[in-house]
Design a binder for this molecule. Sequence first.
Ligand code: PMP
Length: 366
Amino acid sequence: MNNVYNFAAGPAQLPEAVLRRAQDELSDNRRRGISVLEMSHDSREFSTVIKSAEASLRELMNIPQNYKVLFLQGGATTQFAAIPLNLLSERRTADYVITGQSSRNAYLQAKKYGDIAIAASSAGASPAFSTVPETTRADFRPDADYVHICYNNTVYGTKFNYVPDTGNIPLVANMSSSILSEPVDVTKFALIYASAQKNIAPAGMTVVIVRDDLIGNARPETPFMLDYKLHADSRSMYNTPPVYQIYMAKLMFDWILSVGGLDEMKRRNERKASLLYDYLDSQHYYTAPVDKKCRSMTNVIFITGDAKLDTKFAKEADRAGLKNLKGHSSVGGMRASLYNSMTEQGVAALVDFMKHFAEDNPKLGA
Ligand code: PMP
């Protein structure tokens, strides 16, 4: 187990300490009668779990009281519909910044519900989406109901290195692949959402952090299951919530708090990302195709420039215990996801493997 490192973009590896605690508590509670897998969401025990998960997340991210925290069924993709349905007013206008696959999908989904504009895009960059556009307030329509961004782009390995200035327009951010990797100023956002399977818990849940003045005006056609007011009023218990994911999220939040919170996560993540990017910048065998200013700390993309070598790399790395390094099918190459649970040893092992692979597989003509 110790020599296997899982670089998957999500579902991703979980910290060893969290997995161990989940395992111990599962069998402990089972011996006493009911484990968390079997627990009613209406039980006193589960109420303690969800309250504690919310309290720990609030503490970690310094979430102000005028924001609701919702633990919802499903993935971030479900929120692509929930956001316009809850936030569009009678004007039904919203502006989207397109920086990759998720933001494009969010935009296409929102278009079903209103007059949705592309305020800025990095589709035309070379390679496509290898940077994040710089936006100013003038890029957004003054009457837009909200502006949507994807803060960290899992597929393309880029991240906003600034928070767009949208003036009074509510800013909505998909933080699925960067949440809890470093501190963020929640007050700069009207709504933050993140699916669990990267940095929070197993797949099947999405966390929505939403300013309370945005709740309660859902479009009449909004399905109950997507209505933030129903979920907020029932503290995420409107229907059966994803109980195990909420429990795992609580363990994850408590683990982060126990090791020093988001400042410590940032310190660790910067060290891991530097280890890999510094190596990439020091040699010519691999290329990191992303604009240096917008490099993601959590999803690092690199290529050899030869598709066959890329395939060989991912296969041999897998055999060496470095799992899931194949890049996303729309980008190719390799992608190393370095979420909170990836250790510095894991990244060091990857860099070591990269050096040996480059030595053992000289490129023709090089
Ligand atoms: N947004 C981002 C940034 C993602 O990385 C992903 C999944 N890779 C999604 C949205 C889609 O999330 P889900 O699979 O949870 O619907």
